[in-house]
Design a protein around this ligand. Structure first.
Ligand code: NDP
Length: 489
C-alpha cells in the first residue's frame, strides 16, 4: 500500500471504494501519511448487516461442531503468526507504538484465535440433574450479527479479543475499528478470509464513530454490541442498546490507583510504577495513573521515581532502544497537554516532564515527555478524569482505610495495583478495591484465560477466558421428556 492509493473494504464479495471518501492513517513518529482506506458510511452499514445476516443464516458456520469450527480459528492464528513482522511493522506505522509493543500485540492476536479454537475443542454444555421424568440441558447459542467497535490504542489485539470469541461462538461479526487506526482490522479480515472463514462472517467497516458506529448500534439486524473505548461513548451506546433491549459488552476507561505501602520492595515498586504509567506512553486503559505512596515513604519514593522518569528513553517507534513512543495523534497530544495545564492551574507541581521533548529527531512527531505531578487532591480533575497519556499524579496516604477510600474515589473501576511485603494486607486491600483487575507486587500483567473488565463506569461484562465466549453466546435450555405416561393436569 502507498500513501496515494485508497485501500477499499469489502462487504461480502463486493469491494467498496467509499465513493472517493477516505480515512488517512498518519505515522505518529513523523506526521507522514502512510496510507488511506476507503471510508464506510451509514449506508454501507445496511448492506453489511444484510450480508452478515445472510452469512449467519445460510453458511454452515453456526451449525458446525465447535471442534470443526476450531480448525478455521487455528488457521487464522497460524496465518497471523506467519505474517508477524509485516503486521507489526504496519501496526507501528498506523498506531505509532514502538515496534516491540506491536510485535507483542500481533502475537496476542494470534493467541486469541488459538485460545478460542482450543476452547471450542473442549466446550461442554450443561446437563442438569433431573427433577422429574425429563432431563434438561443448557446450550450456548450465537446471537447472530454482532457489532464490534474498537479504539485506537491496541489495534489487532483489541480486535482479535472480540472477533475470535464472537466467531468461536458461531456469530457473524461487523467490526468498526477506530478512525485513527483502520489498517490492521482490514488485514485481519483478509487473513480470516484466506484462512477459509465463510464469506460475510467478518466485515470490516472503516468509518467514523458517530456515523458508522452509531448506525451499527441502532441497526435492527445487530443483535449484540461489543464496545471498547471511552466511558462517554460507552454510555451513549448502552443507552441505545438499552432501548433496543440488546446485550452489550463494554470495556471502558480507567483511572487506576497504584499503591505503594511502606513495606514494599522499593526497587521493584519503582520499576512497577514506572512501567505501569509510561508503557504505551500511558495510552492504556489500565495505566496506573494515580500513584498512592504511604506517607512515611512518600518523599524518598517520589524522588527515586522522578530520577528514573528522567531516564525514560523517548524515541522513534522503530528504534530498538525506544522505551516510550509518541502519542497517537496531534489532537490527542494537545488533549494530554491540556490536562497538564489544568493540573498546574489547580495547584499541581510538575516534578518532571510537562512538555514536548526538545529533540530535533522527534520534532515532527506527536511526542510528549513522561510527566510526574504532585500536590493535587484526589478530587482534582487530573486525578478524576482519564488523561490517556504519560501523566502520573502522586498522592500520599496514611493507612489502609485511607488508601482504600481514595483509591475507590473515582467513577472508574477498571484496575488497581499494590506493592507490599504483607500478603495478608494485600489480600484485604485487594478485596476492598473496586476494580476488575488487581495486581499485587506486579502490574499490568494480562492472561488470555483470565477474565478482564471493569467495575463501575469502567464497563459491563467480561472478555477473555471462558467469560469471553459466554459474552457472545445466549443460553437456550432444552428439555427432553422421558415420561412413561401422558402428562396430566
Ligand atoms: P472512543 O470512545 O472515542 O472511540 C472508541 C470507538 O468508538 C472508535 O471506533 C470510535 O470511532 C467509536 N465511536 C465513537 N463514537 C461512537 C458512537 N456514538 N457510536 C458508536 N461508536 C462510536 O475511544 P478512543 O478511540 O479515544 O479510545 C480511548 C478510550 O478507550 C479510552 O477511554 C480508554 O480507556 C478506552 N479503552 C478501554 C479499554 C478497556 O478494555 N477497558 C481498552 C482500551 C481502551 P472513531 O474512532 O471514528 O471516533
Amino acid at each position: 500500500m502507498t500513501a496515494e492509493t485508497i485501500q477499499p473494504f469489502r462487504i461480502g464479495a463486493e469491494w467498496r471504494d467509499g465513493g472517493g471518501e477516505c480515512i488517512r492513517s498518519v505515522y505518529a513518529g513523523d506526521g507522514s501519511v502512510i496510507g488511506a482506506v476507503a471510508r464506510a458510511t451509514a449506508r454501507d452499514v445496511d448492506d453489511a448487516v444484510e450480508v452478515a445476516e445472510k452469512a449467519f443464516r445460510t453458511s454452515p458456520w453456526r451449525k458446525l461442531r465447535p471442534d470443526v469450527r476450531a480448525t478455521t480459528l487455528y488457521e487464522i492464528g497460524r496465518r497471523i503468526t506467519a505474517e508477524r513482522q509485516d503486521l507489526a511493522h504496519l501496526q507501528m506505522l498506523d498506531s505509532g507504538k514502538p515496534l516491540k509493543e506491536c510485535q507483542h500485540m500481533v502475537d496476542n492476536a494470534a493467541y486469541f484465535f488459538r485460545y478460542y479454537a482450543a476452547l471450542c475443542e473442549t466446550w461442554q454444555n450443561e446437563v442438569t440433574s433431573p427433577r422429574g421424568d425429563y432431563f434438561s440441558m443448557s446450550l450456548a447459542e450465537p446471537f447472530g450479527v454482532v457489532a464490534a467497535i474498537t479504539p485506537w490504542n491496541s489495534p489487532i489485539m483489541a480486535e482479535a479479543q472480540k472477533v475470535a470469541p464472537a466467531l468461536a461462538a458461531g456469530n457473524a461479526v461487523i467490526l468498526k475499528p477506530s478512525e485513527e487506526t483502520p489498517l490492521l482490522a482490514l488485514q485481519l479480515a483478509r487473513i480470516c478470509s484466506e484462512a477459509g472463514l465463510p464469506e460475510g462472517l467478518l466485515t470490516v467497516l472503516p468509518g467514523y464513530g458517530e456515523d458508522v458506529g452509531a448506525a451499527l448500534v441502532k441497526h435492527p439486524g445487530v443483535r449484540m454490541v461489543s464496545f471498547t473505548g471511552g466511558t462517554d461513548t460507552g454510555r451513549a451506546i448502552a443507552g441505545v442498546a438499552g432501548t433496543r433491549l440488546i446485550p452489550v459488552g463494554l470495556e471502558l476507561g480507567g483511572k487506576s490507583p497504584h499503591i505503594v505501602f511502606d513495606d514494599a520492595d522499593f526497587e521493584k515498586a519503582v520499576g512497577g510504577v514506572l512501567s505501569g504509567i509510561f508503557g504505551s506512553a500511558g495510552q492504556s486503559c489500565v495505566a496506573g495513573t494515580r500513584l498512592f505512596v504511604q506517607k512515611s515513604l512518600y518523599g524518598r519514593f517520589v524522588d527515586a521515581l522522578v530520577e528514573r522518569t528522567k531516564k525514560v528513553r523517548v524515541g522513534l517507534p522503530d528504534h530498538p532502544a525506544t522505551q516510550m513512543g509518541p502519542l497517537v495523534s496531534k489532537a490527542h497530544r494537545a488533549r494530554v497537554a491540556g490536562y497538564v495545564d489544568i493540573a498546574r492551574q489547580e495547584g499541581g507541581r510538575v516534578l518532571v516532564g510537562g512538555g514536548i521533548p526538545d529533540d530535533a529527531k522527534l520534532a515532527n512527531g506527536w511526542f510528549y515527555q513522561p510527566t510526574v505531578i504532585e500536590g493535587l487532591p484526589n478530587t482534582a480533575r487530573a486525578c478524576q478524569e482519564e488523561i490517556f497519556g504519560p501523566v502520573l499524579v502522586c498522592l500520599p496516604f496514611e493507612d489502609e482505610a485511607d488508601v482504600i477510600a481514595q483509591g475507590n474515589g473515582t467513577v472508574f473501576g477498571l484496575a488497581a495495583g499494590m506493592w507490599t511485603g504483607d500478603y495478608a494486607r494485600a489480600w484485604r486491600v485487594a478485596r476492598e478495591l473496586e476494580a476488575g483487575s488487581v495486581w499485587i507486587n506486579t502490574y499490568k500483567q494480562s492472561h488470555i484465560a483470565t477474565a478482564f473488565g471493569g467495575f463501575k463506569a469502567s464497563g459491563i461484562g467480561r472478555e477473555k477466558g471462558f467469560h469471553g465466549l459466554r459474552l457472545y453466546s445466549q443460553v437456550k435450555s432444552v428439555f427432553f421428556g422421558m415420561h412413561d405416561k401422558p402428562l396430566g393436569l
